[in-house]
Design a protein around this ligand. Structure first.
Ligand SMILES: [Ca+2]
Ligand SMILES: [Ca+2]
Length: 357
């Protein structure tokens, strides 16, 4: 395999910009920035994208084609009682991600999917609507090298400097997560991956739901706990138990799978938080509706929705690829971003609604 050591790699349809900034993990909890090699999943970009407004595209497609609700196919929801919380942190693990400052935010009550949207649910959506995802239109998506077959890897001639574990794989999409020689038949209860922001919006619209704002997602993640790192508290593994599907071992070369999974896990494999939500942190990253910014006011906000426009959308929660040495982002206050047309093997979503579905 030939690896192209340049900052920007142009594949047939893809341009990848690397996460070379020291934007990833520190080794000392919670605020060190040393050893920040870059996890590489926050700058996956498609060169052919950007000619349309993704928000406009997603909402118009959803409005025209996907108004029929498929409620039976979508996740159970739980009531999230509104209230005020402290969003972000004054002790950021990754300051350049805009985790701080800590600020008072009020969110109204809403309902949230208990689980990440699964392959089964996404399949129902596709069958009902004929929707074609962006990864299918582009003909490729990003896959973590460690989960690819040797056959697929042997066909790839380019990768990314400093993050060579991300490979653009021809034919990778939601139903072929590791390329054409893979399928989802044995993981229908796993979270769907390789969905772009617009794909996620289309699914939620079809289900008469929507993506959560970043504030709603973080409020829900915290489960009513104040100023804690994780949805369950401050200890990563209380009493030696794993509470999320993360990476154990030496990233990116060895995943011990100590938590039981080296790739995605079936949703609900780990304990719920106090609101009844599973896998908020870990398993797959989750899209939110907000545009990305690292600048936040400390004035109290009510139902903030983020900047009116931007280049990237906010994603929350980290994934099964997150290890403290590279991507200490499996905390409620942590955040990252991708262009709206990005898709990858560790990025999914869940939906929310003002009304019970
Ligand atoms: Ca794991
Ligand atoms: Ca998650």
């Amino acid at each position: 395999m030939v690896r192209c050591f340049s900052l920007i790699l142009v594949a047939v349809f893809i341009k990848v910009q690397l996460c070379l900034q020291s934007s990833c993990a520190g080794k000392q909890e919670p605020a060190s920035q040393e050893g920040a090699a870059g996890c590489g999943c926050d700058k996956l970009r498609r060169a052919a994208a950007g000619s349309e407004d993704p928000e406009e595209r997603a909402s118009s497609e959803a409005a025209v084609k996907y108004t029929a609700a498929g409620n039976e196919a979508t996740s159970e929801m739980v009531f999230i009682p509104g209230g005020e919380f402290l969003m972000g942190t004054d002790n950021p693990g990754i300051p350049q991600d805009g985790e701080g400052p800590q600020r008072p935010v009020h969110v109204d009550s809403f309902y949230m999917d208990v689980l990440e949207v699964t392959n089964q649910q996404f399949q129902s959506f596709i069958e009902a609507t004929g929707y074609v995802t962006e990864a299918e239109k582009f003909g490729n998506s990003f896959v973590f090298e460690g989960i690819l077959s040797e056959a697929v890897k042997s066909q790839i001639t380019q990768a990314v400097a400093a993050a060579p574990w991300w490979l653009p794989v021809k034919g990778a999409n939601w139903k072929h997560p590791e390329g054409q020689d893979s399928n989802i038949t044995d993981r229908l209860d796993h979270p769907v991956v390789h969905v772009s922001w617009a794909d996620a919006v289309a699914f939620c619209s079809w289900a008469n739901k929507r993506l959560p704002t970043e504030a709603e997602w973080e409020y829900a993640c915290r489960g009513g706990l104040r100023d804690r790192l994780y949805p369950w508290g401050n200890k990563l593994n209380p009493k030696g138990q794993h509470y999320a599907n993360l990476w154990q071992g030496d990233f990116p070369v060895h995943n011990s799978g100590e938590d039981g999974y080296v790739k995605t896990s079936p949703v609900k494999s780990f304990p719920a938080n106090a609101f009844g939500l599973h896998d908020t942190v870990g398993n797959v990253w989750e899209w939110t509706s907000d545009w990305w910014t690292v600048h936040h006011t400390t004035d109290k906000q009510h139902n903030p929705t983020g900047p009116p426009s931007g280049q990237d959308k906010v994603k929350k929660g980290g994934s099964y690829m997150c290890h403290k040495s590279y991507c200490y982002r499996y905390r409620c206050a942590a955040r990252s971003q991708n262009t709206p047309d990005s898709s990858a093997s560790n990025l999914g979503f869940r939906c929310v609604s003002q009304k019970k579905q």
